[in-house]
Design a protein around this ligand. Structure first.
Ligand SMILES: [Zn+2]
Ligand SMILES: [Zn+2]
Ligand SMILES: [Zn+2]
Length: 277
Protein backbone atom coordinates (compact mmCIF):
# COMPACT_ATOMS: atom_id res chain seq x y z
CA UNK A 1 0.00 0.00 0.00
CA UNK A 2 1.26 3.43 -0.94
CA UNK A 3 0.23 6.57 0.98
CA UNK A 4 0.87 10.01 -0.44
CA UNK A 5 0.28 12.83 2.06
CA UNK A 6 -1.15 15.57 -0.17
CA UNK A 7 -1.86 18.05 2.62
CA UNK A 8 -0.83 18.06 6.29
CA UNK A 9 -2.14 21.25 7.93
CA UNK A 10 -5.14 21.84 10.15
CA UNK A 11 -8.14 23.80 8.84
CA UNK A 12 -6.48 27.12 8.06
CA UNK A 13 -3.37 25.82 6.29
CA UNK A 14 0.15 26.91 7.21
CA UNK A 15 1.01 29.75 6.80
CA UNK A 16 -2.58 30.72 7.47
CA UNK A 17 -3.52 33.36 4.89
CA UNK A 18 -4.39 36.12 7.34
CA UNK A 19 -2.04 35.17 10.18
CA UNK A 20 1.12 36.95 11.24
CA UNK A 21 2.15 34.78 14.20
CA UNK A 22 5.82 33.82 14.51
CA UNK A 23 5.20 30.32 13.07
CA UNK A 24 3.43 31.64 9.98
CA UNK A 25 6.06 34.35 9.44
CA UNK A 26 8.83 31.76 9.75
CA UNK A 27 7.10 29.35 7.35
CA UNK A 28 6.83 32.11 4.72
CA UNK A 29 10.60 32.59 4.93
CA UNK A 30 11.78 28.98 5.28
CA UNK A 31 9.16 27.42 2.95
CA UNK A 32 9.85 23.76 2.02
CA UNK A 33 8.28 21.31 4.48
CA UNK A 34 6.87 24.24 6.48
CA UNK A 35 4.29 25.04 3.79
CA UNK A 36 1.26 22.90 4.54
CA UNK A 37 -2.08 22.64 2.71
CA UNK A 38 -5.37 21.24 4.02
CA UNK A 39 -5.37 17.54 5.01
CA UNK A 40 -5.77 14.82 2.41
CA UNK A 41 -4.09 11.47 1.73
CA UNK A 42 -4.11 9.48 -1.50
CA UNK A 43 -3.85 5.71 -1.14
CA UNK A 44 -2.69 3.56 -4.08
CA UNK A 45 -3.87 6.18 -6.62
CA UNK A 46 -7.53 5.13 -6.20
CA UNK A 47 -8.65 5.99 -2.67
CA UNK A 48 -8.79 9.49 -1.19
CA UNK A 49 -9.04 10.22 2.49
CA UNK A 50 -11.27 13.32 2.58
CA UNK A 51 -12.16 15.77 -0.19
CA UNK A 52 -11.17 19.18 1.07
CA UNK A 53 -10.75 22.60 -0.53
CA UNK A 54 -7.20 21.91 -1.72
CA UNK A 55 -8.09 18.89 -3.89
CA UNK A 56 -7.76 20.94 -7.08
CA UNK A 57 -4.35 22.35 -6.15
CA UNK A 58 -3.22 18.88 -5.02
CA UNK A 59 -4.13 17.51 -8.47
CA UNK A 60 -1.80 20.10 -10.00
CA UNK A 61 0.98 19.86 -7.42
CA UNK A 62 1.26 16.07 -7.57
CA UNK A 63 0.19 15.55 -11.21
CA UNK A 64 -2.71 13.34 -10.10
CA UNK A 65 -5.18 11.52 -12.32
CA UNK A 66 -8.25 11.88 -10.10
CA UNK A 67 -10.28 9.78 -12.58
CA UNK A 68 -8.61 6.79 -10.97
CA UNK A 69 -10.13 7.62 -7.57
CA UNK A 70 -13.16 5.39 -7.04
CA UNK A 71 -13.39 5.61 -3.24
CA UNK A 72 -13.46 8.73 -1.06
CA UNK A 73 -13.67 8.26 2.70
CA UNK A 74 -14.97 11.38 4.44
CA UNK A 75 -14.10 11.75 8.10
CA UNK A 76 -16.51 14.62 8.83
CA UNK A 77 -18.00 17.79 7.42
CA UNK A 78 -15.50 20.43 8.57
CA UNK A 79 -14.38 22.60 5.68
CA UNK A 80 -10.79 21.33 5.64
CA UNK A 81 -12.12 17.77 5.08
CA UNK A 82 -15.15 18.19 2.86
CA UNK A 83 -15.69 20.87 0.24
CA UNK A 84 -18.68 19.53 -1.72
CA UNK A 85 -18.95 22.42 -4.20
CA UNK A 86 -15.90 21.08 -6.03
CA UNK A 87 -17.70 17.79 -6.75
CA UNK A 88 -19.54 19.42 -9.65
CA UNK A 89 -16.21 19.38 -11.47
CA UNK A 90 -16.56 15.57 -11.83
CA UNK A 91 -19.25 15.84 -14.56
CA UNK A 92 -19.87 17.75 -17.81
CA UNK A 93 -19.82 20.63 -18.61
CA UNK A 94 -16.83 20.80 -16.26
CA UNK A 95 -15.26 17.46 -17.28
CA UNK A 96 -15.15 15.72 -20.65
CA UNK A 97 -13.77 12.45 -21.92
CA UNK A 98 -13.49 10.82 -18.54
CA UNK A 99 -13.90 7.27 -17.37
CA UNK A 100 -17.63 6.76 -16.79
CA UNK A 101 -17.23 4.70 -13.63
CA UNK A 102 -18.48 6.77 -10.73
CA UNK A 103 -16.50 8.06 -7.77
CA UNK A 104 -18.04 6.71 -4.55
CA UNK A 105 -18.15 8.90 -1.45
CA UNK A 106 -18.68 7.40 2.00
CA UNK A 107 -19.40 9.54 5.03
CA UNK A 108 -21.70 10.49 7.88
CA UNK A 109 -25.22 11.97 7.87
CA UNK A 110 -23.97 15.57 7.86
CA UNK A 111 -21.77 15.03 4.81
CA UNK A 112 -24.65 13.23 3.08
CA UNK A 113 -26.92 16.19 3.78
CA UNK A 114 -24.34 18.54 2.22
CA UNK A 115 -24.07 16.27 -0.84
CA UNK A 116 -27.88 16.25 -1.21
CA UNK A 117 -27.99 20.05 -0.89
CA UNK A 118 -25.37 20.27 -3.62
CA UNK A 119 -27.54 18.20 -5.95
CA UNK A 120 -30.72 20.15 -5.17
CA UNK A 121 -29.69 23.74 -4.59
CA UNK A 122 -26.53 24.42 -6.54
CA UNK A 123 -25.96 24.68 -10.25
CA UNK A 124 -24.62 21.14 -10.22
CA UNK A 125 -25.24 19.27 -13.47
CA UNK A 126 -28.33 17.05 -13.41
CA UNK A 127 -26.35 13.91 -14.05
CA UNK A 128 -23.79 14.59 -11.32
CA UNK A 129 -25.24 11.73 -9.24
CA UNK A 130 -24.21 9.33 -12.06
CA UNK A 131 -20.60 10.38 -11.57
CA UNK A 132 -20.45 10.94 -7.82
CA UNK A 133 -22.43 8.65 -5.52
CA UNK A 134 -22.78 8.89 -1.75
CA UNK A 135 -23.30 6.12 0.80
CA UNK A 136 -23.95 6.90 4.45
CA UNK A 137 -21.77 4.84 6.74
CA UNK A 138 -21.76 4.32 10.48
CA UNK A 139 -19.07 3.66 13.06
CA UNK A 140 -18.37 -0.06 13.57
CA UNK A 141 -20.37 -1.15 10.47
CA UNK A 142 -17.78 -2.47 8.00
CA UNK A 143 -18.19 -2.25 4.23
CA UNK A 144 -16.17 -2.82 1.07
CA UNK A 145 -15.36 -0.51 -1.81
CA UNK A 146 -13.39 -1.92 -4.73
CA UNK A 147 -10.44 -3.81 -3.34
CA UNK A 148 -10.70 -2.24 0.11
CA UNK A 149 -12.23 -3.52 3.33
CA UNK A 150 -13.18 -0.53 5.44
CA UNK A 151 -14.17 -0.23 9.09
CA UNK A 152 -15.43 3.19 10.18
CA UNK A 153 -14.57 4.02 13.78
CA UNK A 154 -15.86 6.61 16.21
CA UNK A 155 -13.85 9.82 16.55
CA UNK A 156 -13.92 12.20 19.51
CA UNK A 157 -14.10 15.52 17.72
CA UNK A 158 -17.37 17.43 17.24
CA UNK A 159 -20.49 16.34 19.13
CA UNK A 160 -22.76 17.94 16.52
CA UNK A 161 -22.07 15.10 14.08
CA UNK A 162 -20.81 11.51 14.05
CA UNK A 163 -17.18 12.12 13.10
CA UNK A 164 -15.41 9.04 11.77
CA UNK A 165 -11.97 7.50 11.74
CA UNK A 166 -11.20 4.59 9.42
CA UNK A 167 -9.34 1.28 9.38
CA UNK A 168 -8.60 0.42 5.74
CA UNK A 169 -7.29 -2.92 4.45
CA UNK A 170 -6.19 -3.37 0.84
CA UNK A 171 -6.06 -6.53 -1.30
CA UNK A 172 -2.48 -7.20 -0.18
CA UNK A 173 -3.65 -7.46 3.41
CA UNK A 174 -2.05 -4.20 4.54
CA UNK A 175 -4.09 -2.27 7.10
CA UNK A 176 -3.90 1.36 8.16
CA UNK A 177 -5.55 3.37 10.92
CA UNK A 178 -6.53 6.84 9.74
CA UNK A 179 -6.93 8.89 12.90
CA UNK A 180 -8.01 12.42 12.31
CA UNK A 181 -9.71 14.52 13.39
CA UNK A 182 -9.94 13.17 16.94
CA UNK A 183 -9.01 13.58 20.55
CA UNK A 184 -8.05 10.63 22.77
CA UNK A 185 -9.69 7.49 21.38
CA UNK A 186 -12.97 6.40 22.97
CA UNK A 187 -13.43 2.96 24.60
CA UNK A 188 -15.67 1.68 21.77
CA UNK A 189 -12.96 2.43 19.19
CA UNK A 190 -10.30 0.76 21.33
CA UNK A 191 -12.54 -2.29 21.63
CA UNK A 192 -13.02 -2.43 17.84
CA UNK A 193 -9.34 -2.08 16.94
CA UNK A 194 -7.85 -4.45 19.48
CA UNK A 195 -8.47 -7.38 17.12
CA UNK A 196 -6.84 -5.61 14.13
CA UNK A 197 -3.19 -5.28 13.23
CA UNK A 198 -2.02 -2.01 11.71
CA UNK A 199 0.92 -1.66 9.33
CA UNK A 200 0.60 2.13 9.58
CA UNK A 201 -1.12 4.45 12.06
CA UNK A 202 -1.73 8.07 11.07
CA UNK A 203 -2.71 10.42 13.91
CA UNK A 204 -4.08 13.93 14.34
CA UNK A 205 -1.40 16.09 16.00
CA UNK A 206 -3.12 19.45 15.69
CA UNK A 207 -2.06 20.61 19.15
CA UNK A 208 1.66 19.73 18.78
CA UNK A 209 3.52 20.94 21.85
CA UNK A 210 0.40 22.74 23.08
CA UNK A 211 -1.96 21.82 25.89
CA UNK A 212 -4.27 18.81 25.97
CA UNK A 213 -7.50 19.53 24.11
CA UNK A 214 -10.77 17.66 23.69
CA UNK A 215 -11.24 16.96 19.99
CA UNK A 216 -7.63 16.99 18.83
CA UNK A 217 -4.37 15.36 19.90
CA UNK A 218 -1.06 16.84 20.96
CA UNK A 219 2.33 15.11 20.79
CA UNK A 220 2.06 13.52 24.23
CA UNK A 221 -1.41 12.15 23.43
CA UNK A 222 -0.09 10.64 20.17
CA UNK A 223 2.81 9.05 22.07
CA UNK A 224 0.31 7.59 24.58
CA UNK A 225 -1.81 6.09 21.79
CA UNK A 226 1.28 4.44 20.29
CA UNK A 227 2.18 2.90 23.64
CA UNK A 228 -1.36 1.66 24.18
CA UNK A 229 -1.55 0.19 20.65
CA UNK A 230 1.72 -1.66 21.26
CA UNK A 231 0.34 -2.97 24.56
CA UNK A 232 -3.01 -3.99 23.12
CA UNK A 233 -1.26 -5.69 20.20
CA UNK A 234 -2.88 -3.86 17.26
CA UNK A 235 0.58 -2.46 16.45
CA UNK A 236 4.12 -3.72 16.83
CA UNK A 237 7.65 -2.47 16.29
CA UNK A 238 7.22 -2.82 12.51
CA UNK A 239 4.19 -0.50 12.49
CA UNK A 240 4.87 2.93 10.99
CA UNK A 241 3.43 5.76 13.12
CA UNK A 242 2.80 9.12 11.44
CA UNK A 243 1.59 12.47 12.83
CA UNK A 244 -0.20 15.01 10.63
CA UNK A 245 -2.87 17.81 10.64
CA UNK A 246 -0.71 20.47 12.29
CA UNK A 247 -1.81 23.88 13.55
CA UNK A 248 0.48 26.90 13.27
CA UNK A 249 -0.90 27.95 16.66
CA UNK A 250 0.55 25.05 18.67
CA UNK A 251 3.17 23.23 16.58
CA UNK A 252 6.82 24.08 16.00
CA UNK A 253 8.20 24.21 12.46
CA UNK A 254 9.01 20.93 10.69
CA UNK A 255 12.66 20.57 11.77
CA UNK A 256 11.95 20.94 15.48
CA UNK A 257 8.71 18.94 15.36
CA UNK A 258 10.32 16.01 13.53
CA UNK A 259 13.11 15.76 16.13
CA UNK A 260 10.56 15.58 18.97
CA UNK A 261 8.42 13.05 17.07
CA UNK A 262 11.18 10.73 15.86
CA UNK A 263 12.49 10.38 19.42
CA UNK A 264 9.18 8.64 20.21
CA UNK A 265 9.01 6.54 17.04
CA UNK A 266 6.90 8.83 14.84
CA UNK A 267 7.34 10.09 11.29
CA UNK A 268 6.33 13.75 10.90
CA UNK A 269 4.23 14.17 7.77
CA UNK A 270 4.80 16.97 5.29
CA UNK A 271 3.07 17.83 2.03
CA UNK A 272 4.40 15.31 -0.50
CA UNK A 273 5.51 12.62 1.98
CA UNK A 274 5.13 9.21 0.33
CA UNK A 275 5.24 6.03 2.39
CA UNK A 276 4.99 2.47 1.06
CA UNK A 277 4.11 -0.24 3.55
ZN1 LIG B 1 -9.41 19.07 10.39
ZN1 LIG C 1 -0.06 31.72 12.28
ZN1 LIG D 1 -12.49 18.83 12.17
Amino acid sequence: MKLLYLGTAAAEGWPAPFCHCDNCKAARVKKGKNIRSRPQVLINDDLLMDYGPDTFSHSLQYNLNLDLVKTVLLTHSHSDHFYPLDLILRAAPYAYGQDIEAMHLFGNEKCHQMYEELLVHSEAPEHLSDFVTFSKVHAFSPFTSGKYKILPLKAVHDSRENCLLYAVTDDCGKTIFYGNDTGALCPETWEAIRQLHFNLVSLDCTMGTGATYIGHLNLDACFAIRQQMLQVGCADNNTTFVITHFSHGCCPLYDELSILASAEGFVTAYDGLCITI
